[in-house]
Write a protein that binds this ligand. Structure first.
Ligand code: FE2
Length: 274
């Protein structure tokens, strides 16, 4: 991707040229926060295949909470899915302490650390904090200091990440909720417009840089579906996908391993009649 930089008053305006990678471009599925939920991962991968996705990239939190960490890692490894480090992944391999985690997250971390074999733990330890694709990048949380795993909740948080990178579009997870932000020098050449928009399908426009939160595959928590995003790097089109979440199946999988069903799931299950 070509990048031209125009110096303003204290800001560097980045101008991008799309379509410079013809021949290498692909349709990507960006997934995140699988949290050891193999059934949800398989549903999402099947959905992505129906949409002709060439390459899946995972924004982290492969493990934590769920019933099948080894099953999820097996699929990611077998399919050579590039994956970045999430806070739960870092906690399981001992790179991050669990002091700031809620009880169920601490319990999941300890359980997965015990349950995973050496090979899977080594694979988790090897995950990078940032994945760089053709014209886009993926991290679990904030891009300015990816190891810190700070949440992106506001348009200013998003701007901070966007200004730390040159890519036209960035993808994250971590909050488990889809989100869309954009930053551009549109109304003033010297001061950036920063916006949070309702997540919707869109095509990248020249004047903007974007940050997209793809939500969660395996632990939606405040939504009643799995979510992920399809990005076509040749056209610049971004599509938010939602896939039915099997609450009944997930609850049985938890109970089969004597893992407590989290309160949010009981609530969501009632809404969904489970
Ligand atoms: Fe997560």
């Amino acid at each position: 991707m070509l990048t031209n930089q125009v110096q303003g008053h204290g800001f560097v305006r980045k101008e991008f040229v799309l379509g410079t990678l013809i021949g290498e471009t692909m349709k990507y599925a960006i997934i995140s926060d699988i949290h050891a939920n193999l059934a949800a991962l398989e549903r999402v991968l099947a959905d992505a295949a129906r949409y002709g996705v060439d390459q899946v990239v995972c924004a982290g939190d492969v493990v934590g909470y769920g019933p099948d960490p080894a099953g999820v890692i097996r699929v990611l490894r077998e399919r050579s899915i590039p994956t970045v480090m999430g806070n739960h992944d870092a906690a399981v391999v001992g790179w991050r302490d669990t002091d700031d985690m809620i009880g169920s997250a601490k319990e999941g971390t300890a359980r997965h650390r015990k349950e995973l074999g050496e090979g899977d733990l080594a694979w988790l330890s090897s995950l990078p904090y940032v994945y760089e694709g053709d014209g886009f990048a993926v991290a679990h949380a904030n891009f300015r200091a990816p190891e810190g795993m700070d949440y992106i909740h506001t348009k200013l948080d998003a701007r901070d990440s966007i200004f730390s990178r040159d890519e036209k579009i960035l993808f994250v997870g971590h909050t488990h909720v889809e989100a869309l932000y954009r930053v551009g020098f549109v109304s003033d050449p010297h001061y950036p417009d920063s916006e949070q928009l309702e997540p919707h399908d869109f095509k990248i426009e020249d004047d903007w840089q974007y940050l997209v939160n793809v939500g969660s595959v395996g632990y939606p928590r405040v939504k009643n579906y799995s979510s992920y995003v399809i990005f076509d790097s040749s056209t610049g089109e971004v599509q938010f996908r939602r896939v039915e979440f099997d609450f009944a199946g997930y609850k049985s999988a938890l109970r089969a391993k004597s893992i407590p069903v989290p309160p949010w799931m009981e609530e969501m299950g009632k809404e969904c009649g489970v």
